[in-house]
Design a protein around this ligand. Structure first.
Ligand code: GDP
Ligand code: CA
Length: 331
C-alpha cells in the first residue's frame, strides 16, 4: 500500500508520526508532500520551516515542548547577531538548526534542487518517510496587509494605518512570527505559484498512491500553497486514490496555532464544517472523499463528503496511529 500525505509543519509532522507507525504495521510506503510556502532567506541562508519540522520530528531531533526547532538547542549565534543589531531580529535561528541551513544553502548554491537537498539531509535523520517538497521552485506565501511597516506600539500602528491606508505585502513569516497575525489582513498570495512545477517524484507519488491523506495542517497557509503548484491539485483530484482529510479544528478552535486568523481572512468559519467546506467534495470539483472530524464535531455535514468522527488529539504516537486508521477506514 502507498500512502501520500499533504502536510505543513508542526501539526503535519505529528500526524506523520502516526502515519509512519501505522505504515509499519501494514508495510505501507509513505510519501509526504511538504509545504514550501513558509520558506525564506535569512542572513543569506535558505530556511525551510515545514520541511525541517517534519524532518526533525520524524528523525527524533525536534524540541517536543516548542514543537519547532531542535531539542537541546542553544542560541549563541542569535545573541551575536543581536549584538550587531542584525535584522530580522524577530526570527531566531538556533545554533544546531543553523547547521541544517548552512548545509542546505551550500548544496542549493552548488546547483542541487531542493528535493535532492532534502533527500541528502534526510540521510542523517532517517525519517522513515519519503520527504518531498511540493516544488523545487520558489513559491512563497505573502500576506497583503495594511498599516505601517514598523509600528512602535499598537496605538502608533493604528494611527499609521489611518494615515496610510495603503496596502503592502509581507512574507508570511513576518506576518506570523513578528506580528502574530495581528494586522489588518486582506489576502494571501502564493508568489511564484503560476510558474512553479511539482518537484520530481511528486506527480509520480500521487499517481501511484492508494490513498491521499490531508494532514490536520493549517488549510490556508500549509495545504493551500501545496495545492497551488500547477498540476498538483489536478493530479490529486483526478487521480484514482481516494482523498481523506483530517480536521485541524476541534470544537470550533485550532488545537494550537492561529489557523482561526487565517480562516477569518478568507471569511471561512473556524469549524470542522468550515474547513471541510473549504476543501470541498471531490464530486463537486473539490478535494475530499472523506473528512475525519473530532467527536465534539460529530454531525458535521459537508456536501458530497463522507464525514466520520474519531478522537483527533495527537497526544502520542499510538493515539495518532489510531486516528490514521480511522481516516483510512473512511474510504
Ligand atoms: P505549521 O506549518 O507548523 O503551522 O503546522 P501545520 O500547518 O502542519 O499544523 C498546524 C495545525 O495543526 C493547526 O491548525 C492545529 O490546529 C493543528 N493541530 C495541532 N495539533 C493537533 C492535534 O493534536 N489534533 C488535530 N486534529 N490538529 C492539531
Ligand atoms: Ca508552516
Amino acid at each position: 500500500m502507498r500512502i501520500v500525505v499533504l502536510t505543513g509543519g508542526i501539526g503535519g509532522a505529528r500526524f506523520l508520526l502516526g502515519v509512519r507507525a501505522y505504515a509499519g504495521e501494514v508495510e505501507a510506503e509513505v510519501t509526504a508532500l511538504v509545504n514550501v510556502g513558509d520558506d525564506l532567506l535569512l542572513h543569506g541562508l535558505k530556511v525551510c520551516p515545514d520541511l525541517d519540522s517534519v524532518m526533525y520530528t520524524l528523525g527524533g531531533g525536534a524540541d517536543p515542548e516548542r514543537g519547532w526547532g531542535r531539542v537541546g538547542e542553544t542560541w549563541t549565534v542569535r545573541s551575536e547577531l543581536a549584538a550587531y543589531g542584525a535584522e530580522p531580529a524577530w526570527f531566531g535561528l538556533g545554533d544546531k538548526d543553523l547547521a541544517t541551513h548552512l548545509v542546505r544553502t551550500t548544496m542549493l548554491n552548488a546547483g542541487y534542487p531542493l528535493s535532492q537537498v532534502t533527500e541528502a539531509l534526510a540521510t542523517r535523520w532517517q525519517p522513515g518517510v519519503r520527504l518531498l517538497p511540493a516544488t523545487d521552485d520558489r513559491l512563497e506565501t505573502h500576506v497583503v496587509v495594511s498599516g505601517r511597516s514598523e509600528p512602535a506600539s499598537p496605538a502608533v500602528a493604528n494611527r499609521a494605518a489611518e494615515l496610510d491606508g495603503g496596502q503592502r505585502a509581507i512574507h508570511f513569516q513576518e506576518w506570523w512570527v513578528r506580528y502574530r497575525a495581528d494586522l489588518p489582513t486582506h489576502r494571501f498570495v502564493f508568489v511564484g505559484a503560476e510558474t512553479a512545477k511539482p518537484a520530481p517524484g511528486v506527480l509520480e507519488a500521487i499517481g501511484a498512491a492508494d490513498v491521499v491523506l490531508v494532514a490536520p495542517s493549517n488549510p490556508v497557509v500549509s495545504i493551500a500553497p501545496i495545492l497551488a503548484v500547477p498540476g498538483l491539485r489536478d493530479a490529486v483530484v483526478d487521480g484514482r486514490a481516494p482523498v481523506v482529510g483530517v480536521s485541524p479544528i476541534i470544537g470550533g478552535a485550532p488545537v494550537r496555532g492561529m489557523a482561526d486568523r487565517c480562516l477569518a481572512v478568507l471569511g471561512v468559519e473556524c469549524s470542522a464544517a468550515g474547513v471541510g467546506g473549504l476543501y470541498g467534495g471531490r464530486s463537486a470539483g473539490g478535494l475530499l472523499d472523506g473528512w475525519l472530524v473530532a467527536p465534539e464535531d460529530a454531525g458535521t455535514l459537508v456536501p458530497d463528503v463522507t464525514v466520520r468522527s474519531a478522537p483527533l488529539r495527537m497526544t502520542d504516537e499510538a493515539a495518532t496511529a489510531a486516528m490514521v486508521r480511522a481516516a483510512l477506514e473512511l474510504v
